[in-house]
Design a protein. Structure first.
Length: 366
């Protein structure tokens, strides 16, 4: 679970933003943001909200029967279900209690996230609303130790999945069987259901995509797996590729070696203060020299409560690495000669002196 002390510290960082913008309160309604600031993980069929006032006071509105170990000053409960039936319009039920709190404290200028609860609050009260999603995204870049611990658990699921995949993949294996068995491995390691649909890529002989019905792996193909199991809201992300018949062609081996060469390059360069565009350009220069190819997609992206967030290793952005960022490096090469292509991906934690590879799984092609 997230640590209440760290959750309180995250509240203080958001509070500083409210005070700078002279907001009277913030209303947080997205379930994973509620967890981020309070440690409470709402049941996936139920709504919740946190109200943070400019004096630092916090109020959590949660479903009855929720555990009560929360990092908040007050907790108010509502009936999320009647005799086991989940009630409709729960966002409205939560919003009604939020509005009471805002009116009692005379809050007039409210910071809100993009959530069903915040939208319902806006319909019920005559206040000025100020979106704070951009600030929430910026706050989430700095991963606290409790968040990193949850991400490491998700990463352990990911590593076990790749260990199983290495023995599982062979000519004729259906993509849906690969998906099902790897999902089972992740759940076993997590010790509970994953907190998000097992997404990313499970298609063989393709750049990526979900598993396809009645589609099986074939000899000569490269099976790209891009796995991102999520544990208690926090995602992992890593990609490995496997030669289905363990007999890669010279072209496939050369492409794999080219991709491998990008990781030490990024690991030498990446540290706080480095522009993400510079990392992208260095990786692209390596690809051009070794393969005569350009980057087919971004070099990587931040990971946390969502699979893609700050920082962006993408030339359409101009992000700069900061300490405690978590980001991926995922170069790929795709063309017909490779029988679709290859992609490799590691997940890195930015530290004061450089980066830590959080996904040191084997990367062998065969």
């Amino acid at each position: 679970m997230l640590d209440p002390a760290h959750a309180r510290a995250r509240q203080q960082r958001l509070l500083a933003h409210l005070q700078t913008r002279r907001l009277d309160a913030a209303v947080i309604g997205w379930r994973w943001h509620v967890s981020y600031f309070t440690t409470h993980i709402p049941f996936w069929l139920q709504e919740a909200a946190l109200v943070l006032f400019a004096d630092g006071r916090t109020v959590l509105i949660a479903a009855k029967d929720s555990a009560v170990r929360f990092a908040t000053d007050d907790v108010l409960f509502y009936d999320a279900n009647w005799l086991g039936t989940q009630r409709e319009k729960q966002a409205a039920l939560v919003a009604e209690q939020v509005v009471v709190q805002l009116r009692q404290r005379g809050a007039r200028i409210i910071g809100t996230d993009s959530s069903a609860v915040s939208a319902a609050v806006a319909q019920r009260i005559d206040t000025l609303s100020a979106p704070i999603d951009d600030e929430l995204l910026r706050l989430r870049r700095r991963k606290d130790s409790d968040e990193i611990a949850l991400m490491r658990k998700a990463i352990s699921c990911c590593g076990a999945m790749y260990g199983h995949a290495r023995h599982l993949i062979e000519p004729g294996i259906p993509e849906l069987r690969v998906f099902g068995e790897l999902h089972a491995v992740a759940v076993d390691i997590a010790g509970e259901p994953l907190s998000a649909r097992l997404g990313n890529d499970f298609a063989c002989g393709a750049m990526g995509g979900p598993p396809r019905k009645a589609h099986a792996a074939e000899a000569g193909q490269i099976y790209i797996l891009d796995l991102g199991p999520a544990y208690r809201g926090y995602f992992s992300d890593a990609s490995r590729c496997f030669c289905v018949d363990r007999k890669p062609t010279d072209a496939q081996l050369h492409a794999w070696e080219t991709l491998l060469g990008i990781f030490p390059l990024i690991e030498r360069m990446a540290r706080p203060g480095v522009r993400c565009r510079d990392l992208f350009e260095a990786a692209e220069a390596h690809l051009r020299e070794a393969q005569g190819a350009s980057m087919a997609h971004h070099l990587g992206h931040g990971v946390g409560l969502t699979p893609h967030e700050f920082p962006h290793l993408n030339p359409r952005y101009d992000d700069v690495l900061a300490e405690w960022d978590v980001f991926t490096c995922e170069p790929g090469i795709y063309n017909a000669e490779l029988n679709a292509g290859l992609r490799l991906e590691n997940l890195y934690l930015v530290t004061a002196g450089g980066v830590e590879n959080m996904t040191p799984f084997p990367m062998e092609l065969a």
